[in-house]
Design a protein around this ligand. Structure first.
Ligand code: G3D
Ligand code: MG
Length: 153
């Protein structure tokens, strides 16, 4: 799980793994590792805490990753734009691994601010995009199932 602080990395993981969404979550310390079986694939999900997903420590967690969930907050355009830099760091470290993009907090339709142009630029990278809500559950299963499938392809 990679993406800016507070985009929903922990919430998406917990919704998928435990089917819970906590409005009063605890900020993770360090890294939380969850395991979940999707179809016949065992996903070991690394959810790294911290404000800076590109810090040397956090980037070192990427080593050995078979795939990446790029997460942004659809109500904060800067977190979507940052995905390009985040992906560069990922690619530099571990190469062109399978990835999926979560534009999260889709339940917040009032504050939603991802332009068509931005969506197109994400598509142009060849990325598959999901409008997720960790709160309501929309697209959360599909997000992880798609990544599992890409890893197996
Ligand atoms: P992070 O792990 O990427 O840092 P978190 O992000 O999962 O900790 O989520 C950060 C904040 O966004 C939390 O709110 C969390 O409840 C909220 N959030 C995460 N996903 C969603 C979503 O899909 N919809 C809505 N409405 N909120 C979401 P707080 O207020 O506890 O900081
Ligand atoms: Mg977190």
């Amino acid at each position: 799980m990679v993406g800016d602080f507070s985009v929903g990395k922990t919430s998406l993981t917990q919704k998928f793994v435990n089917n819970v969404f906590s409005d009063k979550y605890l900020t993770t310390i360090g890294v939380k590792i969850d395991t979940v079986e999707v179809d016949d694939t065992k996903l070991i999900i690394w959810d790294v805490a911290g404000r800076d997903s590109l810090s040397p420590v956090n980037v070192s967690y990427l080593v050995g990753a078979a795939g990446v969930v790029l997460v942004a907050d659809g109500t904060r355009p800067s977190t979507v734009e940052n995905l390009f830099d985040i992906w560069s760091s990922v690619e530099k470290r571990i190469g062109d691994v399978p990835c999926v993009v979560a534009l999260n907090k889709a339940d917040l339709s009032d504050g939603w601010s991802v332009s068509e142009e931005t969506v197109n630029s994400l598509h142009d990278r060849g990325w598959e995009i999901f409008k997720t809500s960790a709160k309501q559950g929309d697209e959360v299963g599909t997000l992880f199932e798609t990544l599992a499938r890409k890893i197996n392809d």
